[in-house]
Design a protein around this ligand. Structure first.
Ligand SMILES: Nc1ncnc2c1ncn2[C@@H]1O[C@H](COP(=O)(O)OP(=O)(O)O)[C@@H](O)[C@H]1O
Ligand SMILES: [Mg+2]
Length: 263
């Protein structure tokens, strides 16, 4: 199956304008803060994150459990409100958008692979993958055809009719990855996309993400603990206690204690 088989065009000119095809960086976080709760029990998950991801770049985000990785990518994807600071995605300040336009922007421009997959158990694999296309306004048959092509790309062409409950963890993870790619978003964000995959499938998924996730000015941000996939990245950002402590090349990260000691 060719990559070109998962292709969607913006439904409206306004949506296209809102897609932020500005040529600037894909992600610019500046002074990003996130606090959960108030007062003495507040958890300060992000403590001033400055981070830029260029178009065409695959950036990995590493760090110990609880350091704020999921929080950071959730703010990037507009799933979570920041407490302070700004996060511009494709030129759009996510922190300035109200929830409805933010959800519309996210549906069109961002693919998100959740750590727990978040598949709908009542839908087949293909129906799950078709959801972003349906949200973008694609007709059912076209959405299903593209969903099946995307499943084929992740090696699940024979599982299109399966319910998530009938799939292994690794297969569910690949369904979630197909769903994040199917609408060809400009930014793909993945929370531990290879954690349930064996070595061969992990490499295969990373080759696919690398191939389709960074072409045409797209960008990819991947949270991972999996040192086997570091070499697929352009840069690795290390996060500790809500701050970016270092940004470097995969080779440098491999020799530091940060990523390899992460749990
Ligand atoms: N919904 C929440 N409510 C309160 N605290 C949270 C919530 N989500 C995460 N946290 C806390 O914020 C910190 C960062 O969490 P998280 O972003 O999930 O880290 P990581 O993905 O690096 O493991 C942790 O201390 C975690 O317990
Ligand atoms: Mg996490």
């Amino acid at each position: 199956m060719q990559d070109g088989n998962i292709r969607v065009t913006p439904a409206t000119a306004a949506a296209s304008a809102a897609s932020g095809m500005t040529g600037g960086p894909a992600v610019v976080c500046a002074g990003l803060e996130k606090r959960y709760g108030e007062g003495a029990t507040a958890v300060h998950a992000l403590r001033g994150v400055d981070l830029t991801v260029q178009r065409g770049e695959l950036l990995m985000l590493v760090g110990p459990s609880g350091c704020g990785k999921t929080t950071l990518i959730s703010v990037m994807a507009g799933i979570l409100d920041a407490t302070d600071g700004t996060c511009r995605i494709l030129g759009q300040d996510m922190t300035a958008l109200a929830s409805r336009p933010r959800a519309a922007f996210r549906a069109r421009n961002i693919g998100f692979v959740f750590q727990a997959y978040n598949l709908n158990p009542a839908l087949t694999a293909a129906e799950n993958v078709s959801v972003p296309l349906r949200i973008c306004g694609a007709p059912v048959r076209e959405a299903m055809r593209r969903a099946e092509a995307a499943l084929d790309l992740v090696g699940l062409g024979d599982k299109t009719e399966s319910a998530p409950g009938d799939l292994s963890g690794g297969q569910q993870q690949r369904v979630a990855i197909a769903r994040a790619l199917v609408h060809e978003p400009q930014l793909i964000v993945c929370d531990e996309p290879t954690s349930a995959l064996d070595h061969a499938n992990g490499q295969r998924v990373m080759e696919l993400l690398r191939r389709v996730g960074t072409v045409d000015g797209r960008a990819l941000v991947i949270v991972t603990h999996d040192a086997r996939i570091f070499d697929f990245s352009d840069r690795i950002a290390e996060l500790d206690d809500g701050r970016v402590t270092r940004v470097g090349t995969p080779g440098a990260a491999r020799h530091s204690s940060g990523p390899s000691s992460a749990t």
